[in-house]
Unconditional design. Structure first.
Length: 381
């Protein structure tokens, strides 16, 4: 039997989830420190990976969800859309709507009570329907940057899940053409947004709905699911090629726009094509870490795996916590040397975010995750 048709757990991916979430933490930390006049690294590429990290999550989601659908279809001959939706709801909705309640209803009350000099760019009445229908990205478009901004990517994933399960079921014998069509269609739309249609809303929506990243993740799942030979035997995963590709990805994540070189700009800053390239680099990393026996990176440590398990909470709570730390400690941090200020800030932020995410996982999220496990074991159709 094909060894790749019945994988129950992809080793190392929890660690990658944590690394991606932490890149978002660094991005928001430096942006907020810069806005508040604190010493910062906002200019350095390594601290500007928030969007790249979210794109990684999109590729990973497309990879995992498509693999699960392929596996279910192979075993049962069909896909239970109801089952699929219930599991996604139990995993994503509780924390998503908790943050919506905190950010739109509780935070304004706390700010007013503590006399915090921050004006919310919107109120609950203006935005509830965007959050309810999983279009939080439009809140940023219409009202500007805000404390619930990370929720935009959750909305994108929910819309993708809503579409992908029934589309998969209808066209399960044509998954490869469907995935390729999604990528081609998105490239066409990106081209229109880049070179022809200049309507601000159209450009914004086309750019945030990164369905091509999810489809590329889906291509990876389709490839490994139907792979008969050992993946480690592939030329592209031989050690010298790994060194080249991983070095390229790491260099990009560290430097990005800090490198002023024609070749670098052509590779990493060409509209549309550079984004597609990055999606495939992330897919290469996902497959390498989880399935390649001789991969340079393994990331199997228990502590990293645990941090990956709480990465959803890390991602969701981080902006509120970063903002709170700045609000309460800014007058102290600004008096310290850059090195001490940075070390103290990140020490507090990291401890606070991990603590809050851990508590949230235990006292709130696990209740719904246990329900999800029951759904996994049930014959629900």
């Amino acid at each position: 039997m094909n060894k790749y048709k019945n994988i129950s757990f992809f080793e190392g991916l929890n660690s990658l989830r944590f690394f991606a979430a932490f890149l978002v933490v660094m991005h928001h930390s430096e942006t907020i420190r810069e806005k508040n006049g604190l010493y910062n690294f906002e200019w350095l590429g390594l601290f500007r990976n928030g969007t790249n990290a979210v794109v990684f999550f999109f590729v990973l989601s497309g990879f995992l969800i498509t693999y699960l659908l392929l596996k279910e279809s192979h075993k049962t001959g069909t896909v239970s859309i109801k089952h699929f939706y219930v599991k996604r709801m139990l995993r994503i909705w509780p924390l998503y709507f908790l943050l919506v309640i905190i950010g739109t209803l509780l935070v304004p009350v706390v700010f007013n009570f503590l006399h915090i000099n921050y004006v919310m760019p919107y109120n609950f009445g203006q935005t509830w329907y965007y959050f309810l229908f999983f279009l939080p990205g439009l809140v940023a478009f219409y009202f500007g940057h805000h404390l619930l901004e990370p929720l935009w990517s959750i909305g994108i994933e929910e819309v993708f899940y809503l579409i992908w399960a029934p589309l998969f079921k209808i066209g399960k014998k044509k998954i490869l053409p469907i995935l390729l069509s999604i990528i081609v269609a998105k490239i066409v739309l990106l081209g229109l947004a880049e070179f022809w249609i200049k309507n601000a809303l159209f450009v914004y929506v086309v750019n945030i709905f990164r369905f091509e990243a999810m489809a590329i993740g889906g291509l990876g799942a389709y490839f490994i699911f139907n792979r008969k030979e050992v993946l480690s035997n592939m030329l592209i995963y031989k050690k010298p090629i790994q060194l080249i590709i991983y070095s390229t990805l790491i260099a990009y994540l560290i430097f990005q726009g800090n490198v002023h070189n024609v070749v670098w700009r052509n590779v990493f800053e060409t509209p549309i094509l550079s984004g597609i390239l990055l999606d495939f680099l992330f897919l290469y990393l996902i497959i390498g870490v989880s399935l390649i026996e001789n991969n340079i990176f393994k990331f199997r440590q228990k502590f990293l795996s645990y941090l990956g398990e709480i990465s959803y909470g890390i991602y969701m709570y981080q902006l509120l916590i970063i903002f709170a730390v700045i609000q309460f400690l800014k007058k102290y941090l600004i008096q310290l040397s850059p090195a001490v200020s940075t070390l103290l800030f990140y020490s507090i932020v990291i401890i606070a975010i991990i603590s809050v995410a851990s508590v949230s996982k235990v006292v709130f999220e696990n209740y719904f995750l246990n329900l999800k496990k029951k759904v996994d074991k049930s014959p629900l159709k």
